[in-house]
Design a protein around this ligand. Structure first.
Ligand SMILES: Nc1ncnc2c1ncn2[C@@H]1O[C@H](COP(=O)(O)OP(=O)(O)OP(=O)(O)O)[C@@H](O)[C@H]1O
Ligand SMILES: [Mg+2]
Length: 396
């Protein structure tokens, strides 16, 4: 018989029960309340490893903001360069919304001109505005920061006057180009100084903290940083039990303990493990042995999906770098130990290091140390034949 499964492993899939994020949601809700009375608030950045629940959290926050009549738009930055066209489209959508009210129609022209300049100057493939040659000259700018700041401050002014606060949700911020990120920070900073109700809620891999402060030192005051991590035992228990309880299925304490110990409280792993256990168990109560019987399938599923897609994005030199990291044993590991395992010096491996950071596979921690952005990635590497063979060739 077809059995409805209440677990939802998958990128950005909202779980049937969002565990452990109540405090974050309450805090942000208060900031939304401030925004709705035209008080500008700090922007927020959530950072964390792959699969900890950044996307679902910001999606949930977007719903909360929309319920408070804040104008919201979601942007997912991709590795290819499309941030400018997305932010322009979102700003235009805001103007469309405001322009539906006759009394605010006069607030549109200034920001529309600013958006035009942004698109014409920095998104040459766009055909939103068909301009004459003369007009084109009029709108062409060379400085991205200035142009984006003009967009933010003018839509900010419109937001203020029409009492329609704005919140942009920007996911995968780490893929933003350095110049775009710097411009975004500067634009937001200026808008805040002027007291306009525009806010950004961003999410990305752990390296974004450093990216932002490298770009502009004042970004530390502009943003509130919140690291999102694995769930505590108590929160994990709820993430495991609550979805199934809706269908009258319960877990024994032993089953819960086992799931927590295997998944280490990582939200994606919990969803994946519980989906398999739930599918395989044909009883009203899930016991420890049900979990045991599903471990193999769980690991296999992660290996051919979650881990493999990341691994396959790596070039041969990246893979060797990863092998050398795993060989270090303990993570995070130092760059000099990685170099030693590759029988190279630190300079020789710096390009590969930068490449892996930009692909979002590894991230720098503390001083000269590196770790994987994917939880439990080293276990996956250790299971690979390719790694075993490499290890054999690099015995020392
Ligand atoms: N708080 C939570 N409680 C229960 N399940 C969760 C929670 N947060 C996330 N999940 C589940 O974890 C999985 C991953 O969530 P999500 O895609 O939001 O992670 P992410 O941090 O954005 O990952 P990535 O860095 O790969 O984009 C989804 O299947 C989601 O249902
Ligand atoms: Mg995500």
């Amino acid at each position: 018989m077809f059995k409805v499964n209440p677990y939802r492993p998958g990128a950005g899939l909202m779980p049937t029960y969002l565990a452990g994020r109540d405090e974050d949601m309450q805090n942000v809700e208060q900031m939304f309340d401030a925004l709705t009375v035209n008080v500008p608030t700090q922007s927020i950045i959530f950072s964390g490893l792959r699969g900890v629940g950044k996307t679902v959290l910001i999606n949930k926050l977007q719903k909360i903001a929309e319920d408070k009549d804040i104008f919201c738009k979601h942007i997912e930055v991709e590795e290819r360069n499309d941030f400018i066209s997305q932010i322009a489209a979102c700003s235009q959508a805001f103007l469309r919304k405001v322009s539906t009210k006759e009394k605010f129609k006069n607030l549109i022209q200034k920001p529309l001109d600013a958006i035009k300049a942004l698109v014409v100057s920095f998104d040459p493939n766009d055909s939103t505005f068909s301009l004459s040659l003369q007009e084109k000259e009029l709108y062409t700018a060379t400085n991205l920061t200035q142009t984006l700041t003009e967009v933010f401050t003018t839509i900010g002014e419109t937001a203020y006057k029409s009492e329609t606060p704005i919140c942009f949700f920007i996911d995968e911020i780490q893929y933003m180009k350095s110049k775009e990120l710097g411009s975004l920070i500067a634009a937001l900073h200026r808008t805040n100084q002027l007291g306009y109700p525009v806010m950004v809620i961003g999410a990305g891999l752990p390296k974004i903290y450093k990216m932002l402060s490298d770009e502009k030192s004042y970004s530390e005051r502009l943003f509130l940083y919140k690291e999102i991590g694995s769930l505590t035992d108590e929160q994990s228990k709820k993430a495991i039990e609550i979805p199934a309880s809706k269908f009258g299925i319960t877990y024994s304490d032993e089953a819960i303990e086992k799931i927590i110990s295997i998944t280490k409280g990582y939200p994606f792993f919990i969803q994946q493990m519980c989906q398999i256990v739930y599918k395989n168990a044909n009883d009203k109560k899930i016991e420890g042995y049900h979990v045991e019987e599903s471990i193999h399938e769980f690991i296999e599923t992660l290996d051919i999906g979650f881990f493999k897609v990341r691994y396959e994005r790596c070039a041969d030199s990246d893979k060797k770098f990863i092998f050398a990291m795993v060989k270090c044993g303990e993570l995070p590991c130092t760059i000099s130990n990685i170099a030693k395992n590759l029988q190279k010096n630190v300079n020789q491996i710096s390009t590969t290091r930068a490449q892996l950071i930009s692909k979002g596979i590894i991230f720098p921690i503390r001083y000269k140390e590196l770790d994987f952005t994917v939880p439990e990635f080293s276990g996956y590497i250790q299971r690979l034949d390719e790694y075993k063979q490499w290890l054999e060739e690099h015995k020392s």
